[in-house]
Design a protein around this ligand. Structure first.
Ligand SMILES: C[S@@+](CC[C@H](N)C(=O)[O-])C[C@H]1O[C@@H](n2cnc3c(N)ncnc32)[C@H](O)[C@@H]1O
Length: 307
């Protein structure tokens, strides 16, 4: 399946500044956003395209083949190291489109999908050490339940973690469909008839394997520093925890003082706002886009400009 970029026009419209400036796409994926961006950029523009997934990076770099794009295999939490020091503080626009790409979901061997049988992997960067197998088979039951509850917002997290612990005491859980079966047995029948019962657990395990929230927390302050004055940061989230983290960060950086409103004396050292929010409420996809692309339903776009 082709990855359909979400909120495409909205993101590029918000991000565009100097057509010959330097831009960064922190989440290249199938290249949908970057393709729309470079179509609007001039001959002198440069774009750094980052992805932690080597396979996707290779595929997209072959398809895009544009001398203005410099492809980098990295985790975007290493943003500082992917930019030439002379360009630090000179970036015109940075976009971050979080989550997984359809290429990852559809590639059965990667273990992201609860529809296809594969080893329990779920690593975006296949050179990293932690696999879904390790979390499912080795993490203490309580920790597993917490991960499934917090990152999957799964109401049956304890039951599911209990069922996993019981199953693995007999034999290791090695494949995605083995895990799906265990989840199906653990949840009540009515829940099995709603959305796919393994959806939330798979999301939570994927987020843990790839430390997705940790990466966002680390990239945001670096992105602000990398931008030039007037440069813009556009972030698309798909999960309430991601969005909350992004919203809190952008709001905090757009305030002159971050002390509680009722506090009589400023104790934060008189922080100066570094960002201006370009949309107080996040932009969401139109009904039409949601109809054509179900991923768009949970997408939220927040954009801020460096002061
Ligand atoms: C939703 S897709 C991006 C889709 C892309 N905007 C497009 O139009 O095709 C997210 C991509 O970001 C990558 N990714 C996720 N977290 C990352 C991180 N911390 N560092 C680098 N790449 C990451 C994933 O491997 C995936 O390819």
């Amino acid at each position: 399946m082709i990855h359909q970029p979400v909120l495409l026009e909205e993101t590029i419209n918000c991000l565009m500044g100097d057509p010959n400036g330097l831009y960064i796409d922190c989440t290249l994926g199938g290249g949908g956003h970057i393709r729309a961006l470079i179509a609007r950029l001039g001959a002198q523009a440069r774009v750094i395209a980052i992805d932690r997934d080597q396979q996707i990076l290779q595929m997209s770099s072959q398809q895009l083949k544009d001398p203005r794009i410099h492809f980098v295999h990295a985790d975007f939490r290493e943003l500082r190291n992917t930019i030439d020091p002379v360009d630090w503080g000179q970036v015109e626009g940075i976009m971050i489109d979080l989550g997984v790409s359809s290429f990852q979901l559809d590639n059965a061997q990667r273990g992201f999908s609860f529809h296809q049988d594969a080893d329990l992997d779920m690593r975006m960067d296949t050179s990293s050490n932690l696999k879904a197998w390790d979390i499912i088979n080795l993490y203490p039951e309580d920790e597993l339940a917490d991960i499934i509850y917090r990152w999957g917002e799964e109401r049956y997290s304890r039951r599911i973690a209990g069922a996993i612990a019981k199953a693995r005491s007999i034999k290791t859980i090695d494949t995605t469909l083995e895990l799906v079966d265990i989840i199906k047995q653990a949840v009540p029948a009515h829940y099995r008839r709603e959305k796919h019962p393994a959806r939330r657990t798979f999301q939570a395990i994927r987020m843990a394997v790839n430390d997705e929230l940790g990466a966002i927390e680390e990239v945001l302050p670096q992105a602000v520093k990398a931008l030039k004055s007037g440069g813009k940061l556009a972030i698309i989230t798909f999960h309430s925890l991601e969005d909350r983290m992004v919203k809190r960060f952008l709001t905090e950086k757009s305030q002159n003082c971050i002390c509680p409103p009722r506090q009589p004396v400023c104790t934060c050292g008189g922080q100066r706002a570094q960002l201006r929010l370009l949309n107080r409420r996040p932009l969401t996809a139109s009904d039409e886009e949601c109809l054509n692309n179900h991923r768009a339903r949970s997408a939220k776009l927040r954009v801020a400009q460096k002061i």
